[in-house]
Design a protein around this ligand. Structure first.
Ligand SMILES: *[C@@H]1O[C@H](CO)[C@@H](O)[C@H](O)[C@H]1NC(C)=O
Ligand SMILES: *[C@@H]1O[C@H](CO)[C@@H](O)[C@H](O)[C@H]1NC(C)=O
Ligand SMILES: *[C@@H]1O[C@H](CO)[C@@H](O)[C@H](O)[C@H]1NC(C)=O
Length: 767
């Protein structure tokens, strides 16, 4: 307790010595609450004495006074501040409250930087005062100024005033007071009934008042008026001169310098002046001519308007051409004419026509008629009709002279084939469309075609039945009635399709023998070049292919061999592209003559041997019996096939075995064939064809006396033997092909590609 007193006394002493520091430094406080209230209520009528009460609850220690800083906000805007040391409530008075006082109120307290804000309270004030309108004059002249004053008694805040003239809003004025004064002018004569009203802006709302009292004002007409005069006023024709005056009637002396006149036609201002305006002009035929005389004095505007009707003196000319189409340099006539004219004012002779541009190279031939030669190019003509100083232009006429068609060219599309449809093209390089083309055969019309579009072509389809018929074709082009140039005759060759080919064999068929030089000639009718192909034994691959500019070509086999036997046929194709095939021919190669001779010779030898043996045998038997001579006989080996040794015996058994031996000997002689050659190639060739050889031996053919000499056969054998190593190297297929390879003359031909294809893919010969 004593300690507390000591502290207190120390504080008091201290405060006494340093009052400013002691009070502030020593007082402890806290703001506990702050509240706001509206009295007598938050919803009041206009004119109520409203009080905003701000109540702060502050706890503090000590006796020192705290400086309280109050702020009142209305709609977020500060409306009142007060600093007080009193602890009582803060009162903010709104005497005679107005609508403008309505809003949300808040209160803030600040003590030494420590502050607190109350919640918001909304104040609503209903009812606005009635506006009052007053005019400073009850009777005015038109255009005269009137001052109108509208007041909103007792209202505050931001107010917009509206002024009404006969219920039509004429003015709006925004002010921050309850009074608006505006200047008004009246342009319409008579009684005007006026009133005003206002709106108070209270964010975010606005409140509108009732109408004010009505005030009437009488507007007198000014005697001043504009006068518009036009002479002549009726029966006006194009080209007539018209005089227009714009003047003022009842001009008062005091108005001078204050008045202006404007004369206009449509939107075109013709003239302006102060007291009168004169204007002179040539009448033109327009849809309508409306003139206005306008008087302006201050903001008083008075107008006088008049409309005149101008009759057309002559109509707009039209330009036409005859004939309607012309070719370059053709004669043409242009006619220019106005369809109607005012005969009561204008004589036809007064109306003159001319062409524009004047250098159009056409000469006048009578009124409005111009003639001459058409130009080579497009040209625009315009004509002018003229009378009494009036010029009228026609619409431009574009003359595009046509170009005569040039001599056509005739050509054939693709390769013409006899008997098949061919396409013939007829074409002129220049000439205006449409062009009519006619296809002729010896001047006889076959067909016609009309070309109407650029890049269109005249294509005719014809079928040729005789090869020379194609050269009789011509065509004619025509685009004007005057000329029809004719093309040359069609220079083209028609391809004649191939006939059935024939395969000719030389030498004559049954006489073909080994070693002969064989010609297989394929012949056909039709247009060369022709591709020939030879086939053998039904193979799909030709053995030889060649293209020839002749109608027959041969395939040769030099030095026939047995293996060349077979069935042959040939095929041919030309540009007509139809493949034709010959009848097959079967060739059988017979044995060579020298071989036959060898066989015959051998047979004769064998017969001789037999005869000798028989004779010897006979003799020995007779001697045995008669002379009892002894002979020692050695046994012979039955297997000694290769031996040519002939054992002579007296035994009947041995004799019995003789025929068999002879047969074997035959074979041995044949198969060895040693005298000329013993090399491997030869023997291998022989081994290819043993059976046929054998049969030949058994049934030899009689030698034909008319055959080629034996010498020829021998030569063939030699060449065959010399060449055979070659043949054996690439011996794969038919012997005939091998022989052909060896033939020096035909060597080049054999390099022709042999196509392994069917008829469709046959190579088409090239020219
Ligand atoms: C409002 O207060 C004024 C004096 O400040 C007083 O004359 C008036 O009668 C009061 N109005 C109302 C409605 O109480
Ligand atoms: C217009 O013409 C009238 C007579 O027709 C004349 O008295 C007046 O001076 C003229 N006004 C002007 C501006 O030329
Ligand atoms: C003619 O007139 C037409 C359109 O008016 C224009 O397109 C054309 O170029 C003119 N021709 C010549 C040759 O002036």
């Amino acid at each position: 307790m004593g300690r507390f007193l000591l502290l207190l006394s120390c504080t008091l002493v201290s405060n006494y010595l340093h009052p400013w520091r002691g009070t502030n430094a020593q007082t402890m406080f806290t703001i506990r609450d702050i509240s706001i209230s509206l009295e007598p209520g938050s919803d009041v009528m206009r004119g109520t004495n409203v009080t905003v009460r701000c109540q702060a609850l502050v706890s503090s220690s000590g006796t020192g006074q705290l400086s309280r800083e109050y702020t009142i906000f209305k709609d977020g805007v500060t409306v009142y501040t007060k600093t007080t040391s009193s602890s009582g409530d803060l009162l903010y008075r709104l005497p005679d409250a107005r609508v403008s006082n309505a809003g949300k109120y808040k209160c803030n307290i600040n003590i030494k930087g420590k502050q607190m804000t109350s919640e918001a309270k909304k104040l609503t004030v209903t009812g606005l005062s009635a506006p009052l309108l007053h005019l400073n004059n009850a009777v005015v002249s038109e255009g005269e100024e009137v001052t109108a004053r509208c007041t909103a008694p007792g209202e505050t805040g931001s107010i917009i005033f509206y002024f009404y003239d006969d219920a039509k809003e004429i003015l709006e004025d925004r002010v921050n007071s309850n009074l608006s004064e505006v200047k008004l002018r009246f342009n319409t004569v008579g009684i005007h009934k006026m009133y005003c009203a206002y709106t108070v802006l209270v964010t975010p709302n606005s409140f509108r008042s009732d109408k004010s009292n009505a005030v009437t004002i009488s507007v007198r007409e000014l005697s001043i008026t504009p006068v518009l005069e036009i002479f002549p006023y009726s029966n006006i024709y194009e080209g007539d001169t018209i005089d227009i005056t714009c003047t003022i009637r009842n001009l008062m002396p005091d108005m001078h310098g204050n008045v202006h006149l404007y004369l206009s036609r449509g939107t075109q201002l013709l003239s302006r002046g102060d007291t009168n305006v004169n204007h002179s002009m040539i009448a033109l035929a327009k849809d309508s001519e409306e003139f206005e005389c306008r008087l302006e004095m201050g903001n008083v505007v008075k107008v006088d308007t008049k409309k005149i009707l101008v009759t057309e003196l002559f109509s707009v000319p039209t330009l036409s051409m005859s004939p309607s189409e012309v070719f370059q340099r053709d004669h043409m006539t242009l006619s220019c004419r106005s369809d109607s004219f005012a005969s009561e004012r204008l004589h036809r002779d007064e109306l003159t026509y001319s062409l524009d541009p004047p250098e159009s190279l056409l000469l006048p031939k009578g009124t409005g008629v111009f003639s001459g030669k058409a130009l080579l190019y497009e040209f625009n003509y315009t004509c002018i009709a003229q009378a009494k100083g009036i010029r009228k232009y026609s619409k431009p006429l574009t003359v595009i002279p046509k170009v005569t068609v040039s001599t056509p060219r005739i050509s054939v599309v693709g390769r013409p084939v006899l008997g098949r449809p061919i396409k013939v093209l007829c074409q002129s390089d220049i000439g205006s469309l449409p062009i009519n083309y006619t296809l002729l055969k010896d001047y006889e019309i076959l067909s016609t075609a009309s070309v109407k579009m650029p890049f269109e072509q005249a294509l005719f389809t014809v079928t040729i039945h005789q090869p020379d018929e194609i050269n009789k074709l011509m065509c004619e082009a025509m685009n004007s009635p005057k000329e029809a140039p004719l093309s040359k005759r069609l220079d083209a060759t028609v391809v004649v399709p191939l006939s059935h080919p024939t395969l000719t064999v030389i030498p004559v068929l049954p006489e073909i023998a080994e070693g002969d030089h064989l010609f297989l000639i394929c012949g056909v009718k039709g247009t060369p070049p022709i591709t020939f192909k030879w086939y053998r034994d039904g193979s799909n691959n030709p053995i030889f292919t060649t293209t020839s500019d002749k109608n027959n070509t041969d395939y040769q086999i030099q030095a026939l061999a047995k293996g060349d036997s077979g069935t042959y046929y040939c095929e041919a194709v030309n540009h007509a592209n139809n493949v034709v095939r010959s009848t097959p021919v079967t060739i059988e190669v017979r044995l060579a003559l020298w071989k036959k001779a060898v066989i015959v010779g051998f047979c004769l030898l064998m017969v001789s041997v037999l005869v000798v043996v028989i004779v010897l045998c006979f003799r020995s038997k007779r001697g045995k019996r008669e002379a009892a001579a002894e002979l020692s006989v050695k046994p012979s080996s039955p297997k000694s096939d290769d031996s040519l040794t002939v054992i002579l015996t007296h035994d009947t058994e041995v004799n019995n075995a003789a025929p068999g031996k002879v047969e074997r000997v035959d074979i041995s002689v044949w198969s060895e064939r040693p005298p000329v050659t013993a090399n491997d190639e030869e023997s291998s060739m022989v081994s290819n064809e043993p059976d046929v050889e054998y049969t030949e031996v058994v049934h030899p053919q009689p030698a034909d006396p008319s055959r080629a000499p034996l010498k020829k056969g021998t030569e063939t054998v030699y060449s065959e033997l010399q060449n055979s190593p070659h043949g054996a190297d690439d011996h794969q297929g038919y012997g005939s092909v091998e022989y052909a390879d060896l033939n020096g003359e035909q060597h080049e031909m054999n390099h022709y590609p042999v196509e392994h294809s069917n008829c469709q893919d046959l190579p088409v010969p090239v020219d």
